[in-house]
Design a protein. Sequence first.
Lengths: 242, 218, 218, 54, 205, 205
Amino acid sequence: MSLWEYANPTRFMATTRRIVPVVAVLSALCLAVGLVWGFFFTPDDYRQGSTVKIIYIHVPSAMMAINAWAMMLVASLIWLVRRHHVSALAARAAAPVGAVMTLIALITGAIWGQPMWGTWWAWDPRLTSFLILFLFYLGYVALWSAIEDPDIAADLTSVLCIVGSVFAMLSRYAVNFWNQGLHQGASLSMDREEHVADVFYYPLLLAIAGFVLLFVTLVLVRTRTEIRARRLHALQMRARMA
Amino acid sequence: MRRLILRDLALAVRAGGGFGLGLSFFLIVVVLVPFALGPDTSVLSGIAPGVLWLGALLSCLLSLDRIFALDYEDGTLDLLACAPIPLEGVVIAKACAHWLTTGLPLTLAAPVLGVLLNLPVPGFWWLVVSLALGTPALSMIGAFGAALTVGIRRGGLLLSLLVLPLYVPTLIFGAEVARRGAERLDLGVPLALLAGVTGAVVALLPFASAGALRINLR
Amino acid sequence: MRRLILRDLALAVRAGGGFGLGLSFFLIVVVLVPFALGPDTSVLSGIAPGVLWLGALLSCLLSLDRIFALDYEDGTLDLLACAPIPLEGVVIAKACAHWLTTGLPLTLAAPVLGVLLNLPVPGFWWLVVSLALGTPALSMIGAFGAALTVGIRRGGLLLSLLVLPLYVPTLIFGAEVARRGAERLDLGVPLALLAGVTGAVVALLPFASAGALRINLR
Amino acid sequence: MMPDLGKYAGTVLGAYAATLLLLAVLVLLTWARGRAVRRRLEEAEAEAKEMRRG
Amino acid sequence: MALFEVEDLSCARGGVPVLEGVGFALAPGQVLVLRGPNGAGKTTLLRTLAGLQPPLTGRILPGPEVLAYGGHADGVKGALSVEENLTFWAGVFGTGSIAGALEAFDLKRLRGRAAQNLSAGQKRRLGLARMLLTGRPVWALDEPTVSLDAASVALFASALGRHLEGGGAALIATHIDLGFPAEVLDVSRFRAVAAPVDGLDGAFA
Amino acid sequence: MALFEVEDLSCARGGVPVLEGVGFALAPGQVLVLRGPNGAGKTTLLRTLAGLQPPLTGRILPGPEVLAYGGHADGVKGALSVEENLTFWAGVFGTGSIAGALEAFDLKRLRGRAAQNLSAGQKRRLGLARMLLTGRPVWALDEPTVSLDAASVALFASALGRHLEGGGAALIATHIDLGFPAEVLDVSRFRAVAAPVDGLDGAFA
Ligand code: HEM
Ligand SMILES: Nc1ncnc2c1ncn2[C@@H]1O[C@H](COP(=O)(O)OP(=O)(O)OP(=O)(O)O)[C@@H](O)[C@H]1O
Ligand SMILES: Nc1ncnc2c1ncn2[C@@H]1O[C@H](COP(=O)(O)OP(=O)(O)OP(=O)(O)O)[C@@H](O)[C@H]1O
Ligand SMILES: [Mg+2]
Ligand SMILES: [Mg+2]
């Protein structure tokens, strides 16, 4: 059986009806355990103090922000190449979730920056490129909601997603370049080599799993809603013609 | 009039052209400024009040052409002109709805964006005050410009051109209040002047705008 | 294609929507900046290259919705899509006409406005070079955004929202070239990157834009 | 029960509160729209069935 | 006694006089149909009477405030539902309930539908239903039956009939047959003589 | 031998199938008039044939490149003169002189006039004159005689006649009588059965 059969709306609805509760419960479990573990039962970092606890929401949301866009890109390509409606609607469903993830990463980062860097916001390349990603999400969602015809909207947003991805990468390099010449204190940059100790590592993994599962749950539910909305639209169009 | 405002708000929410887009534009302009000027936070924080005021003004500007043009195109404006409410009231209601969908959200969002530009902390409060006092004037002047250009197809650029010079006094006093607020200087005079400009604009321009509308409907 | 460019130029000149308005908007934005930021010349001259780039970008933005919308509304776009010229050619011609009526005049006018902002003398030359290299990309990206939003009534604000994030790389490299030029720093790398971005955009985006147009004409 | 967050209590709690709030809003909106669409679809189905019969 | 009276009216469009010396009177219960080829000036006349543009000369009695104008465009907001559209206008004109208007133009079934999802004929019906909510005695309609099918034209005719019975009057510009008898005023009779532009003053007539 | 042939075509508008199983062939010299009530799908069919939207199924032979499409909108630029408008299109289609087109639609006197100062009928004539400049054998026209007076309709008929004599063909959607005999294709025959949207897949048909 080919994977593409799940792109059939009826089959998709039938399958996901069974899957959604499972994923929802799993994600709630992972999130609860991971966050509670992280929040209550991990020691403070010797340098960052208790702020290190923010890592359990900051890092997972930052990862999901990027992964959501990647998923939308793949779904858009599938729609443009194979014309599977479910994938176009899944891209549409993922966008607001991705936008909220980006927002969470930005907000937690900003809150974290206040004690660590002494400022809410610095035009650090990583932060800046996240802000740009947020703008792309906004534009994508706005374009979806501005066009009435669902197929045309799917086509145009897919084109935007692809072109936007290229420009998002380009912006990343541009931003990196732009901030290079500036005497930004080393303390401002996040050191990727800095190892996270095991005490922080396992709850972090759980939290990440929780965010991934939460994303999957939300996207599935929203895709189901979009499919229903699409059928509603079709019924209304038929009624208008009759 | 209350009905007209409510209807315009409903339209703005439904059509998705209201709150969201203006705010996003504001956000983008503020984000673009450091790209153009460089990421040096000390420079940015010095010019932050002015940049925020300019950004608010520009996002206000971009939504002006919706004030009357949509109603003109579908004939609603003709019908409103024949209705038993004065055209001045229509203008005020329209400007009011525009302010509620643009000026008010911008005012509320400005402090958040102030964070991005490292606006000094005492500046936040005065930024909000100056925007709250100044944006009604922006909407009213904008409604006047929109009334002047309502019959022109794709008149957006012309509208911006007409309106921008009219925005100068508001911008000067508003940005001055915000800047002095950020630097903890005395700001009584510009504040009074800003309030004066807004008061005068709101009191007088509805008549001019209604006149312009009447001429354009002929 | 040559014909299409000539026709668009003729239309821009006749309808008065072309050169004049974009330039005036540029002028006004640049004039407003000192009002918003305060008249301190040393501050202004430091940020002058960035302000000029931002102003050019915004005036470019405001004229984008004219690229396809007028032709869409009066049916010309339908007819062009049926004509024996590829839609990609139409897009290139349109972007080209937009650049000739907007980017080129802005580039030429920028040094004059640089005087208003006390742009350091060595900056003039590099400002012009960076704008000349960067504005074609602005027009082409703008044409892509206009193609995406051509069917949407009063889509101007949405168009800005879609296009501005796409402008980020061009703006960063362009403003960097202008700034380094003004400060007599080495600018080979950003100049090469700016040229690269423009080249890639002009080479690839016509296809995406033509695709978007085809979808919108359905 | 509550761990000692030291001088960063506001920071950490603020970050968690903001996150949970945003996630809650997202989940609620998702749920509300799902419910609204499902209800409207059921109405439309009923109407369509009636039209076919009548 | 005339409900509405026009004396020696001339009106211009785009600066050029189009009609001259128009005069007529409407009694309660009377319908006057305006006819004339394209460009004769029917729309211009109706807009002048509705007070949307000032007449060059002449008098309109008692004035535009007794007139309810319905133009080429319907003034319908696509994003609002049928009901919201009508409620808005009922509020503006201060006339209470919209139930009668919904009834008269068979819009009950469509009341919750967004106006942009209506077909052209349904949209036109919505535009006509608005006339009932103005509560004004004289209806001035520009091509009211465009894009209406026969059943809808009959709905319009009966709504108009009730309006006339209630002491109202109507002024209707149209090219097509309305399906009921009515007095006709040929607008081309009043066509402004293209006065030769004499000297420089003539250009400013 | 058919100049243009359509087999088993279905087309959709706004995602909803409108016509199904459309098939016909046009021989040189043949005119086919498309009829059908408002919303039957005439415009949709013409746009599909012109290649502006892809058909759902079916074949169009030899393809859109033999068709010259003239839609509801004239594609006339108000700021340009009549002559400039026509010269532009002649350039796009690579067909030489515009003299013949000016002659055929009596536009000689108007050649220097800006198109925005034309009356609706004159503007329509300008739009039709464009067809002569495409040099394509099959004209696909949507309501070509709207707002034309009798004399202009005759001009159109004779231009069309010459086009047919030269081996061309035409496909004309219209509600009104064209004033000359022609074969009729009733589009409503092909109306897509409003398939009950069964199950979720139906929504994506
Ligand atoms: C608005 C501001 C911020 C944004 C947008 C942001 C964004 C990101 C991103 C994209 C990642 C990478 C996640 C991944 O894929 O592994 C990350 C990781 C991280 N961030 Fe932030 N960040 C921000 C502020 C901060 C601040 C203020 C701190 C604390 C000083 C911080 C500490 C970290 C740490 C420790 C990691 C994990 C590093 C790793 O394991 O690779 N971030 N952040
Ligand atoms: N904006 C304008 N500027 C200049 N002249 C105009 C304008 N609009 C209309 N006209 C001219 O005014 C005259 C009267 O137009 P009007 O619209 O009143 O005619 P009408 O009788 O309503 O025609 P129709 O039957 O087509 O509706 C026409 O000759 C027309 O060319
Ligand atoms: N943008 C659109 N979205 C959805 N449906 C549409 C759209 N445009 C038209 N339709 C519908 O498609 C159908 C076919 O329309 P079409 O314009 O082809 O009809 P037509 O035969 O040309 O009518 P007319 O005689 O009025 O020109 C109609 O039922 C109409 O309601
Ligand atoms: Mg008329
Ligand atoms: Mg049609």
